[in-house]
Design a protein around this ligand. Structure first.
Ligand code: HEM
Length: 396
């Protein structure tokens, strides 16, 4: 529960400590929202990550390292202003509500197939993360991208290696190298897929990206960067929502029972899962001007950690923030960010989670936490379960 402890220990909504290399830490809801909206808080903060592992001994960077640097620098997540809007506009059509609604039957079919295939042990026990929370988002993104053939098994591993790297404020060398290799493999996969019209559906996101490339609205490296961003940004986050959400429900059996008897509460329940245990705990920004915020002066060039998880537990915004309450109705959480970089996948995620929990309630109404403790990943930017042992009654 590290993130929640940070929220309690906060001496004010904006504070500077030896945390994440001395960056400012913004933990208040209003302050985090203000920074997310403010162009003086630039997203171009990734130079340290991007350059890490580029041969500190002066040796020439490898092709994988160079590609890593070039792709990251062109992801819409790390570009500001007009250049960002141009990249965002290319992928935006893929997230229109009508298109997403058309995906609902496919998402439901994937969820049902995964649930039907769950291989519980003799005691009815299985790991919810491995069996459901991990594969579902990967298959849904493959569908959104319009990948016509079988999704490569490595898909999840690539996204996970990138998430481990990005999720760590000080990645170790082996994590950096794994992320560089994952990105190189992803780029090779997307280069091949974009070049093969039989391999992509005409109404999927890859088709939009391919068309933008042909019309010279994207360079080749920009096209690859957005493909990789979509896979990585949509996988780890949704996986965490499904795992954290089920854990919250099972730890609050009265809420789980309420949801089962009142499924119309599901929309709000997913919102509360996102607020209560935010899948992305924080994002970062670099100051491109001096800014006064929360009574502090943040200076040009300094780094700020925008703590979404803490903001979502700000008692000035949410009454009794530590209470998990699926009937809560206090407006927006910040789990999808806010402002120009607000999550493109928010509506898809909401839809996917509603479908997933509906399918789960139908298939396993008696699901419970197993005796084994849930295991968390060692990452600070994400709130990510490695394992969630659960049991279901066996229907003999
Ligand atoms: C951006 C969270 C699912 C694609 C973001 C940001 C957050 C976030 C916090 C803003 C980052 C920042 O401002 O620095 C989440 C959470 C999700 C989720 C919690 C699920 C539980 C998805 C999905 C997709 C997606 C399913 C796509 C398939 C993106 C993209 C951006 C983004 C492309 C960058 C937008 C931009 O920079 O303009 N997400 N996300 N996300 N997300 Fe999500």
């Amino acid at each position: 529960m590290q993130a929640l402890q940070i929220a309690h220990a906060t001496p004010g909504p904006v504070w500077s400590e030896q945390y994440c290399g001395g960056a400012w830490l913004l933990s208040g809801y209003d302050e985090v929202a203000a920074a997310l909206r403010d162009p003086r808080f630039s997203v171009r903060r990734a130079a340290r990550w991007i350059n890490s592992g580029l041969g500190p001994d002066g040796s020439a960077p490898t092709p994988a390292q160079l590609q890593f640097k070039r792709v990251f620098a062109r992801s819409l997540l790390f570009v500001d202003g007009r250049a960002h809007r141009r990249l965002r506009d290319v992928v935006l059509p893929g997230f229109k509500p009508a298109g997403l609604q058309r995906q609902a039957p496919a998402i439901a079919a994937i969820a049902q197939r995964l649930l039907a295939g769950i291989d519980a042990d003799g005691a009815g026990e299985f790991d919810f993360v491995a069996a459901f929370a991990r594969p579902l988002p990967a298959l849904v993104i493959a569908n959104l991208l319009g990948i016509a053939h079988e999704v490569p098994e490595e898909f999840i591993g690539w996204a996970a290696d990138l998430a481990t790297f990005i999720g760590s404020p000080t990645p170790q060398m082996h994590q950096t190298l794994a992320a560089q290799q994952a990105l190189a493999d992803m780029c090779a996969f997307f280069t091949q897929t974009l070049a093969d019209t039989d391999a992509i559906a005409s109404d999927g996101l890859l088709a939009w990206i391919g068309q933008a490339r042909q019309e010279h609205r994207l360079t080749a490296i920009e096209a690859l960067a957005q493909c990789c961003t979509l896979l990585f940004a949509g996988y780890e986050t949704t996986r965490n929502l499904l795992g954290n959400g089920l854990l919250a429900l099972l730890r609050h059996p009265e809420q789980w029972a309420l949801l089962q008897t009142s499924p119309q509460l599901l929309r709000g329940a997913v919102r509360e899962m996102l607020r209560y245990d935010s899948p992305v705990q924080y994002t970062g920004r670099r100051l491109v001007a001096d800014v006064e915020l929360g009574g502090k002066l943040l200076k040009l060039g300094e780094l700020a950690i925008l703590h979404i998880g803490a903001a979502n537990h700000d008692a000035r915004r949410f009454a009794q923030p530590e209470r998990f309450d699926i009937r809560r109705d206090e407006g927006n959480h910040l789990s999808f960010g806010h402002g120009p970089h607000v999550c493109l996948g928010a509506a898809l995620t909401q839809l996917e989670a509603e479908i997933a929990f509906t399918a789960l309630m139908r298939a396993m109404p008696d699901i419970r936490l197993a005796a084994g403790a849930p295991a968390w990943q060692e990452t600070s930017a994400y709130r990510a379960l490695e394992r969630l042992p659960v049991t279901r009654k066996l229907l003999h």
